[in-house]
Design a protein. Structure first.
Lengths: 112, 114
């Protein structure tokens, strides 16, 4: 199973871009990368996902390296409400069953 | 509005007692999942179900049981065999076999053994 590695914590100034890195060096060709975030004592919230190409939605952008061994989640203009734990997850396909393997995530603190 | 509902939000249990956590979804999702989260840790998979009347063990299934009698419901029972049941429990659902938008999570149940 592919695993992900993320820095345990990061700070970002309000209004600036937050760039959250993730390493997934053992990812397989058909395994997607998903990003979720979890605000304290709530369920995780979906942010974005991708396979090979860079992706953008109203919340964030996802940049995946050409070799797919790492990715970066970009929050273009961080606000105080973006303070949360961010999880980079690889979706593993096990005989048609999809499973997510969660790591410990990056605790992002947005500073006023 | 469609969503996934977990109840209760907080639950207290005496040692040696079984307790059942509820999870209901009206998203018409085929797959449902239970995760456990301990303080400062990521989520660990307990059980998952792709279709009604079928479910598989996840990474930490010992001391837990589930049922999937209806598509909308996936209750989790924490049995007395679970040695350290105090944790935050999260239920999730998704469309099976499709990438889609990943999982939709409930708001969680915090179980405390007293």
């Amino acid at each position: 199973d592919a695993k992900t590695t993320q820095p345990p914590s990061m700070d970002c100034a309000e209004g600036r871009a937050a760039n959250l890195p993730c390493n997934h060096s053992t990812i397989s060709g058909n395994e997607y990368v998903y990003w979720y975030r979890q605000i304290h004592s709530q369920g995780p919230q979906y942010i974005i996902h991708g396979l090979k190409n860079n992706e953008t939605n109203e919340m964030a952008s996802l940049i995946i390296t050409e070799d797919r061994k790492s990715s970066t989640l970009i929050l273009p203009h961080a606000t105080l409400r973006d303070t949360a734990v961010y999880y980079c997850i690889v979706r593993v396909d096990t005989s048609g069953t999809y499973k997510y393997i969660f790591g410990t995530g990056t605790r992002l603190k947005v500073l006023a | 509005d469609g969503g996934i509902t977990q109840s209760p939000k907080y639950l207290f249990r005496k040692e040696g007692q079984n307790v059942t956590l509820s999870c209901e979804q009206n998203l018409n999702h085929d797959a449902m999942y239970w995760y456990r989260q301990d303080p400062g840790q990521g989520l660990r998979l307990i059980y998952y179900s792709q279709i009604v009347n079928d479910f598989q063990k996840g990474d930490i299934a010992e001391g837990y049981s589930v049922s999937r009698e209806k598509k909308e419901s996936f209750p989790l029972t924490v049995t007395s065999a679970q040695k350290n049941p105090t944790a935050f429990y999260l239920c999730a659902s998704s469309f099976s076999l499709q990438g889609g938008y990943g999982y939709t999570f409930g708001s969680g149940t915090r179980l405390t053994v007293v």
